[in-house]
Design a protein. Structure first.
Length: 224
């Protein structure tokens, strides 16, 4: 039996619609805990081996800038629990544009001509489970592919740095923080049988700040 679990994420505190969203790979210009980053309006999403870090900032108003120009920042970490050692692969399109990073005085750490990508996949993120990220639809989306005998209950993540975490009536995950909210859309899941895609019921489940999925009983008598 093989099935895929797709989970979209929409952050309305960031302006995604109407602009191309790209992932910038880490080629040595940042610390090792970052694999790639996604620049967004008034922030940046850092993605690494354990999950996502939403780094946000609030620009001071004109009046505040005159008296106290301090930049206010906040960070939310969505950290996956119990992950295995996994490999990262960049897929999809590569951007025509590129970036150069000449940070610090040590020229050995300078990197240039880094092209962005729009898909990334961590293989064997959990036992029999791959994790992917995509920015193809002008929004950040992440999801999982579960292979034969994989257990969806293995997928769990904790939200750190939030003032409150809840599930609303639309089955969206709402992560409240000092500047607003991050909204993760209701998850979708399906099975494949002989190339036919069949939706199955799935929803978020929450225990404090630890989130997982409630998923319908699966027919394990077939493989695709």
């Amino acid at each position: 039996m093989k099935f895929s679990l797709l989970l979209g994420i929409h952050c309305f505190v960031f302006s995604f619609l109407g602009q191309a969203i790209w992932m910038t790979p880490n080629k040595g210009q940042w610390v090792d805990t970052i694999d790639f980053t996604i620049p967004v309006n008034q922030g940046r999403i850092h993605v690494g081996q354990e999950g996502m870090n939403f780094y946000m900032y609030e620009l001071p108003s004109h009046e505040a800038h005159q008296t106290n120009p301090t930049l206010k920042t906040h960070s939310i970490h969505q950290r996956f629990l119990g992950v295995k050692h996994h490999d990262l692969h960049y897929l999809g399109k590569q951007s025509a544009h590129y970036s150069n990073y000449f940070i610090g005085s040590d020229q050995s750490k300078w990197v240039s001509e880094i092209h962005d990508v729009n898909q990334a996949k961590y293989t064997s993120f959990y036992e029999g489970i791959d994790l992917f990220y995509s920015t193809q639809s002008d929004q950040l989306e992440y999801g999982f592919t579960l292979h034969a005998d994989a257990n969806p209950s293995d997928i769990q993540f904790i939200i750190e740095g939030a003032s409150h975490v809840s599930i609303n009536k639309k089955n969206e995950l709402v992560i409240a923080h000092r500047f607003g909210e991050i909204i993760e859309s209701a998850p979708k899941a399906w099975t494949f049988l002989n190339g036919i895609k069949k939706p199955i019921a799935i929803s978020f489940k929450l225990d404090g700040n630890v989130c997982g999925f409630d998923i319908a009983t699966l027919n394990t008598s077939y493989d695709s």
